[in-house]
Write a protein that binds this ligand. Sequence first.
Ligand code: ZN
Length: 427
Amino acid sequence: MRNTARQTRENRTITVDFRSEATYYQLLGDGKAFLECVLAFIMALGFQLTHKATCHGSGCLTRHSHYMRVRLGGITIWRIQCTTCKAVFTVLPHFILRYRQMRPEVARDALLATHGGLSLERCAVLYHLSPMALYRLVCALGHQSLVTVLTRCGLPLPVYFLADEKHSRCLAEKVYLPTIVSGRVIWHLGYTEEASASAFTQSYQALQRATSPQEPAYRVRGILTDGFDSTTKSMRTLFPGARLGNCLRHALNKLPGKLMAIASPVRKALRSQFHTLLCRARQRKSLRVFALGQRLRHFVDHVTTTAGLANGERVRRWFQDKKAGWYAVFTDPQIPVTSTLLDQAHNAIERKLFAMKGFHHPGGSQQAFLTGLAHLYNLVPYQRRAQHASQCGVEVEGGRVPTHDWFLNVQILTSGGFRRTIPHSTT
Ligand SMILES: [Zn+2]
């Protein structure tokens, strides 16, 4: 198993849907028909193959060799080679998982249960596989980057997004999951052991590394954070031209904490007045910075009269610190106003990590595992009674998935050999 993994540095596996196992075995006996079927499938997906960089191959593929996979009961796997650049593509029929003995229908059920929050251990009991096999399967999906998979679905790189870190634990140690979300889709889910700006910068940089070869001109215009210092610093470093907004719901929830030693009804009344202020500010389409500044000053005066000088002063300093982030949200209506969708993504991921505590160990493949979970988050359709029933996050955001079958989509999209067809852009 290890040998085959090491054979080629670049993974050029392609998963191909042959409809049925019988069709596959039938085609094995006819090289020309086999190749035609594979090429037709790739065309239908709208993908190209990842040839070597030097190759301007016009899709010239020839049969290369047979390859026996003894481990899977002697199933023959075909490899196809480009006659120009000599790149070799391994054709994996839909009913075989790469380097895995697990049957796809078992993997499908187990992954769905994992995605739903069932622990790896329980999934393993239900589906007769080892928890480690399931863990490794999720990690295997995670070897393909989120940006690669999402752009294969035709999603444009996010110009506006939410960024924040989830605090989690690896055994007794605190760890952080730097996350970038745009709408219903996770674009980055990292793993750091420190909460410093440099650690976060390093993690978030993965997004830039993945996007720059695809779109060197990619620019982020607006980012919403919860205002955590390390997050805003790393965003400024990586996306210098972007507007940085602060989450308004977060602001609203923080206010009561700034008001000390006052009666609860007074605190509640002030919170609700602040809420009204923010709502009105949002409704005014062309609210000038000046007008918002004035309203905030009035509010501080009001706090001082009703809750005393100390509270007024604390709120004033807090406003001073945060208001630039709120202005940003009001100035550019395309910046998300609250980080609710990011919180939802974090909660979903947290449930899974909580359910798999036994697999948290310092030497684990945390990054690959998290990326695998993020793929599932993006590609598993919502349940039947949900708002976006039967659509997955990618589709809700306007992306296209290759087939109607989510698990086949996961297999195809995380196959290393496919490349997005570069559209003939006129812009
Ligand atoms: Zn080639």
